[in-house]
Design a protein around this ligand. Structure first.
Ligand code: SF4
Length: 182
């Protein structure tokens, strides 16, 4: 049976999809390209690959590959071989794409400022949903169970052992896992 949360979620997602279509139209690109540019603007250095994009957007690798070819041809993305693992190709936004993402962000949502209450409520909903469906991954680094706050005020990823900057702990990571009891 449909409950209130289902109804609000349906309204929010359908409004969001409609705004994405509108933004894509303004930018002269396809809606899925808007989603790709948005993802690449918020993901961290472990998550900027075609494979991660395919998982995040729930699209086939073939369809993501076609979109990436178009975005690269039109000057929105660059691909670089990962210096630590030559088998991995990483995706980066060009200045043209960053300008586009900024315009899109300004047009998508009303200015809610920090809106901490709304943000906390959405985070709890996502957490509950992911835990219930054993569908981890793609959360904000600062809420990950592997994120360690160090005494010197810095952060470290407990999975890789690498340091994390303040900017990186706000980004989305493919390896993210919530604390199961939080
Ligand atoms: S702490 Fe978690 S979210 Fe952050 S980089 Fe490591 S695995 Fe990813």
């Amino acid at each position: 049976m449909i409950n209130d949360i289902d109804i609000w979620l349906e309204r929010l997602t359908s409004l969001y999809r409609s705004q994405i279509r509108h933004a894509a139209n303004n930018e002269g690109i396809q809606p899925v390209h808007v989603e790709i540019l948005q993802y690449l603007s918020i993901c961290n250095r472990y998550s900027n690959t075609a494979q991660a994009l395919s998982e995040y957007l729930g699209q086939t690798k073939g369809s993501i590959s076609q979109s990436l070819k178009l975005l690269e041809k039109d000057g929105y993305i660059e691909r670089n071989q990962c210096p630590d693992d030559k088998r991995v190709t990483r995706l980066y936004l060009t200045p043209k794409a960053k300008a586009s993402v900024k315009r899109i962000a300004n047009s998508l949502m009303p200015n809610l400022g920090e809106a901490k209450e709304a943000s906390d409520a959405l985070k709890s909903l996502l957490m509950e949903w992911q835990l219930k469906n054993s569908h981890q991954g793609f959360g904000q680094c600062q809420s990950c169970r592997f994120n360690r706050s160090l005494p010197n005020g810095k952060f470290q990823c407990g999975l890789t052992g690498e340091p994390l900057t303040k900017v990186e702990v706000k980004q989305i990571c493919r390896e993210h896992e919530f604390h199961s009891q939080s």
